[in-house]
Design a protein around this ligand. Structure first.
Ligand code: PLP
Length: 394
């Protein structure tokens, strides 16, 4: 018999797993070109050419024993320094290798932080809509995820509700900006106000409340909107970054944590974090990918391609009468369901449109449409969205 905790996790996972399996089945039955799978956040833009070129060059010219060998749990020293230097250039910080820990994607980074921070019964606060895995990760370390309901329609964090949700058991707050699934980007003013809430509550309860900034979409911000560097606002911030979306490398599992020296107990957290990955069994981030990203820290994805998809989908859907906020970042459209959410998702499926229900992000009454697909998929899906709109009387 599998563990009780794993039984719950497996059950929680079943909605998304079912959709994934269903998509494959529908593609086999109706032809892949007739199924519009908007369910996955898998980048549709290839990695910049420099990524593969770096991998080839490294494999041909770097020392094999070093390349394929064990290294410090936190990652290669020179790679961490290259990441620190790049952040320092961009954000005017003064990080060194000791502040960077290479991770197995953002998921690996989040798990390391939660493993380091949580005792059983500790609380972690986040804002709906949120990335579905946060709950599983927090529960895995016997913590409780406290969810602040969505602030509709802006999807900006509700700071009064944040202040009210903080208790002596609050260890951390997770923010995700640009946001999956709403596309919202938190402004500098919002972050400054959030910092003052966290500072006064940390004082009130006599212990630090850490802010975990989950940033896999940092580079996906449109129309020149700035994504502020959160540690500038709040000293007890840890940043969780990934190249899964920004360099289209989700299968390679590569990212990093920023553990600033300005944090309370910074050295203790840094050393515990490098041990946490070992305890969890993945030990260190993949070595070849560490060396690749070190050479590609300043490479950029084709943002224009996602921006064009965003406009195509938003214009098409709003013209048909669907309601949604024009997303400022990431690659998802979060659309209000014109009827009951479950009924809408089922109706959409009849038109071969695979959409993720908002309740998977603790925000019922919405669906997430991932526009990291080809522009042809968006164009070809429009008659299906139109037929769906007609059928439900939009
Ligand atoms: N956080 C958010 C908000 C995400 O959307 C994702 C992936 O979609 C992750 C974390 C996990 O990213 P990674 O593939 O780098 O582990």
């Amino acid at each position: 018999m599998i563990s009780t905790k794993m039984q719950t996790l497996a059950q929680n996972n079943s909605v998304i797993r079912a959709m994934f399996e269903e998509g494959k089945q529908m593609a086999a039955e109706f032809g892949a070109e007739n199924v519009f799978d908007f369910s996955l956040g898998n980048p549709s833009v290839p990695s910049p050419a420099a990524v593969n070129a770096a991998a080839i060059d490294i494999l041909q010219h770097e020392d094999d024993l070093m390349l394929h060998g064990y290294m410090s749990n936190a990652g290669f020293e020179d790679v961490r320094q290259a990441v620190a230097d790049s952040l320092n250039r961009r954000f005017g910080t003064s990080y060194g290798a000791q502040n960077i820990l290479m991770t197995v994607g953002a998921a690996g980074g989040l798990n390391i932080i939660l493993k380091v921070l949580l005792n059983p019964g500790d609380e972690v606060i986040t804002f709906a809509p949120y990335f579905v895995e946060y709950k599983n990760y927090v529960n895995n370390y016997d913590g409780n995820l406290v969810v602040i309901p969505a602030n509709i329609p802006s999807f900006q964090p509700d700071l009064e509700k944040l202040a009210a949700a903080i208790t002596p058991r609050t260890k951390a707050v997770i923010v995700n900006t640009p946001n999956n699934p709403s596309g919202a980007i938190y402004s500098a003013e919002t972050l400054a106000a959030m910092a003052s809430v966290l500072e006064s509550k940390s004082l009130e309860f006599g212990q630090p409340i850490y802010l975990i900034s989950d940033e896999p979409y940092r580079e996906l911000a449109y129309d020149g909107v700035e994504v502020p560097w959160i540690p500038h606002f709040y000293a007890n911030t840890m940043v969780c970054y990934s190249w899964s979306k920004s360099l289209s490398l989700p299968g390679e599992r590569i990212g990093y944590l920023v553990l600033p020296s300005e944090m309370d107990e910074a050295e203790l957290i840094q050393s515990a974090a490098s041990i946490a990955g070992r305890v969890m069994g993945f030990v260190n981030a993949p070595s070849l990918m560490q060396r690749v990203v070190a050479r590609c820290v300043d490479e950029k994805t084709d943002l224009a391609a996602y921006a064009a998809n965003r406009k195509l989908l938003y214009d098409g859907l709003t013209e048909l009468g669907y309601e949604c906020v024009y997303p400022a970042g990431a690659f998802y459209l979060f659309v209000k369901t014109p009827e009951d959410e479950a009924a809408f998702v089922a109706h959409a499926k009849q038109h071969h449109l695979l959409l993720v229900p908002g309740s998977s992000f603790a925000c019922p009454g919405y669906v997430r449409i991932a526009y990291c697909v080809s522009p042809e998929t968006i164009r070809r899906s429009m008659p299906a969205f139109k037929a769906l709109a007609g059928e439900i009387g939009l």
